[in-house]
Design a protein around this ligand. Structure first.
Ligand code: HEC
Length: 269
């Protein structure tokens, strides 16, 4: 290798290092995890915090549902976060859904929801959703926690990350200023989001004995609910995984000792 080659190599490495630093500065901030962590992200004993998920459903219903659909969740499935049958009936009935077509005329009338219904979308179609939201379509939240890198912590960070941008922050915003209808949020790619901050302290009233409805608490609760919606069978999957691994470890041990016994008899050592 000549000196030229070595110099070219060093220049290349330096170039990659400098551009990755520049890129990192432009990238969104790393998502934060709430202090108490996510019980459903534990390796052993992973579970959803059911109380938090129930409070989270309340927030979804009272705030997010004004704009976001949750297409893959039926009322009956809410059993999964610990609502009882009468509670589910009451929740379903508090939503209005499109009923079945009339046998003679084919007209579809609205009726109160039933446990077998899916949670109705707030807008009839994406065009109507965009028209009400400055041209941005609020995405369906059913799989949101699985769809974004960073998962639950990303959604939590988006909900808690709004702040007034500093002059330095604006350097990372394309064009150097927040466009009309946009809001600064360091966790969103491009640092501008079309959703106005959906949570403010005491936005909802929690029932007696529940924690205070601060933005951080509500973000934790609604994210827990959305994590459950995205993967309702996570607890079974993780505990099955744990059983399978334990079984394999025991089987490995048994195999090893039988190998030892057989090799002693056959080979004498
Ligand atoms: C007034 C309407 C409105 C309400 C209420 C609302 N959102 Fe949004 N949301 C939007 C819009 C519009 C977008 C699309 C933003 C964009 O693409 O810049 C969005 C995007 C999102 C995203 C995706 C961010 C990303 O990475 O693309 C998440 C997550 C989200 N909202 C969660 C929530 C939660 C949770 C609530 C309830 C606490 C909520 N939203 C309430 C309008 C709303």
């Amino acid at each position: 290798m000549t000196n030229k080659h070595i110099l070219a190599g060093i220049a290349l490495i330096a170039g990659v290092a400098v551009s990755s630093v520049a890129f990192a500065a432009l990238e969104s901030e790393k998502p934060v995890t709430p202090a108490q962590g996510w019980p459903h992200e534990k390796i052993i004993g992973a579970h959803y915090d059911r109380q938090a998920a129930q409070r989270g459903f309340q927030i979804y219903k009272e705030s997010c549902h004004a704009c976001h659909s949750l297409d893959f969740v039926s009322f009956r499935q809410l059993e999964g976060i610990g609502f009882s049958e009468p509670e589910i009936k009451a929740i379903a009935a508090s939503f209005t859904v499109m009923g079945e077509p009339d046998m003679d005329t084919g007209d579809v009338a609205e009726r109160p929801g039933q446990p077998f219904d899916y949670i109705p979308a707030p807008f009839a179609n994406p065009q109507a959703a965009a028209a009400s939201n400055n041209g941005a379509v609020p995405p369906d939240l059913s799989l949101m926690v699985k769809a974004r890198a960073g998962g639950a912590s990303y959604v939590y960070s988006i909900l808690t990350g709004y702040r007034e941008p500093t002059a330095d922050d604006l350097k990372h915003v394309p064009g150097g200023k927040i466009p009309d209808g946009g809001h600064f949020n360091p966790y969103k790619s491009g640092h501008v989001i079309a959703m106005s901050p959906p949570l403010t302290d005491d936005l909802v009233t929690y029932t007696e004995g529940q924690p205070a409805a601060t933005v951080a608490q509500m973000a934790y609760d609604v994210t827990t609910f959305l994590a459950w919606a995205a993967e309702p069978k996570l607890e079974q999957r993780k505990s099955m995984g744990f059983l399978v691994i334990s079984f394999l470890l025991i089987a490995c041990g048994l195999l090893f000792f039988s190998y030892k016994r057989i090799s002693k008899r056959v080979l004498g050592h």
